[in-house]
Design a binder for this molecule. Structure first.
Ligand code: SF4
Length: 395
């Protein structure tokens, strides 16, 4: 394998199709749906990595983003029954679940008073008591208490449910949420858009069109959001490309997406435990193809808590430029699905070291990717203090 993307173009060992795709990337041209499928079927890891890293470095150089955030998960009970979900407890298993009250959620926010976190990420199961008035009040309370904390909350799965119950349109609902203090929407609930797969794994909750329509309404109001894809279960490669194609089309229309986040299917403790998980090689191939295909998305994110710290480091050479946040052990979504991290939380120093160890430049960002601190030449207080004292020399 040549050591540059230009070298790929004249490599006799590569097929004309591989060369043609490399030429497109070099000329900043978009690849087609068929070429996306071709990459999944015939793209080997070194080839994909070279293309994806070329795009990543052209956009961001070595910059690698993370933020300081915490999660609130209002409940792990849910009216839906997604087959891949290790998190939710159906209503009949209510004893195994939690349902935070408004005050309990607000107490979690107050715990971070005087701490330099920039974002609260709120997402969880769907229950009738968490309705439009509830979330309007919660967002207002957080906004009034701490105006500098960015509220990123709820997915179209929740919004579709609560707006339907309140008998209001998506446009009316999103406007209400924005007025209450919502600032951006996370990427969850997308799973796989194609109806054949969605019907089998996530029946009953919002459809692909509804998911996309809610993001579109939010973008029309000037809001930003993210998008995910749950991969590595029963879907075929072309379903993944179909998923990304729908996102690429909406992004052409609105420009409101910031980040694409591939989510690895984990098989612990859910109704799809018989389905094997994808390999690390497939995970890296998938990040790389996402970086190549989604030419109108600025960022590709890997959740370090989901894929492990080592794979997160590796992913930075396969198109990923963001490894999420400090988390502070405030989410159970990954650990309950079988992720290696049982109590996910990293100090800023640990995150910075993780990024520096693989030669990248650590940048703390806020939710909208404004730079909070560039840690490239930053010295942490504990590094300045001497770790040992010189012993006197005895003659
Ligand atoms: S994935 Fe979300 S919507 Fe589906 S059961 Fe789990 S918590 Fe509910």
């Amino acid at each position: 394998m040549p050591d540059s993307i230009e070298g790929l173009l004249n490599n006799p060992g590569l097929s004309p199709q591989h060369q043609q795709i490399a030429a497109k990337i070099l000329q900043n041209e978009r690849i087609t749906f068929e070429e996306g499928v071709f990459l999944y079927e015939y793209g080997e890891l070194p080839y994909l990595g070279m293309l994806a890293n070329y795009i990543r470095e052209k956009r961001h150089g070595d910059k690698t983003f993370f933020n300081r955030n915490f999660h609130i998960e209002p409940t792990n009970l849910c009216v839906y029954d997604c087959k891949f979900c290790s998190y939710s407890r159906l209503l009949k298993q209510r004893s195994e679940g939690w349902e935070y009250t408004m005050d309990e959620m607000f107490d979690i926010v107050k715990k971070y008073d005087n701490q330099p976190v920039t974002e609260v990420h709120i997402v969880g199961g769907v229950l009738p008591q968490y309705d439009v008035p509830f979330y309007v009040e919660l967002f207002q309370r957080i906004r009034n208490h701490r105006p500098d904390l960015h509220i990123k909350a709820l997915t179209p799965v929740e919004y579709h449910y609560i707006f339907k119950k309140a008998k209001i349109s998506y446009a009316e609902g999103m406007k209400l949420m924005m007025e209450a203090g919502l600032q951006s929407i996370p990427g969850g609930g997308a799973e796989i858009f194609h109806p054949k797969v969605r019907e089998l794994i996530a029946k009953d909750k919002c459809t692909a069109d509804q998911w996309l329509a809610i993001h579109e309404e939010w973008h029309k109001l000037g809001g930003k959001s993210n998008a995910t894809m749950l991969y590595g279960h029963i879907e075929k490669f072309w379903h993944r490309v179909d998923h990304m194609e729908r996102l690429r089309q909406l992004q052409d229309k609105t420009g409101g997406f910031q980040t694409f986040i591939p989510l690895k299917f984990r098989n612990q403790d859910n109704q799809m435990s018989n389905v094997p998980e994808s390999t690390v090689i497939e995970d890296l191939r998938n990040y790389a193809i996402a970086r190549i295909y989604l030419d109108n998305f600025d960022h590709i994110k890997a959740y370090w808590a989901m894929i492990s710290r080592n794979t997160a480091q590796l992913s930075l050479n396969f198109g990923v430029d963001d490894i999420d946040g400090t988390l502070d052990d405030t989410t159970k979504i990954y650990s309950m699905a079988g992720a290696e991290e049982k109590h996910p939380g990293m100090s800023t120093k640990e995150l910075v070291e993780l990024i520096k160890q693989v030669g990248r430049e650590p940048i703390e960002r806020d939710t909208l990717y404004n730079v909070v601190t560039n840690y490239q030449d930053y010295q942490f207080e504990e590094d300045v203090k001497p770790k040992f004292y010189k012993l006197p020399v005895l003659n």
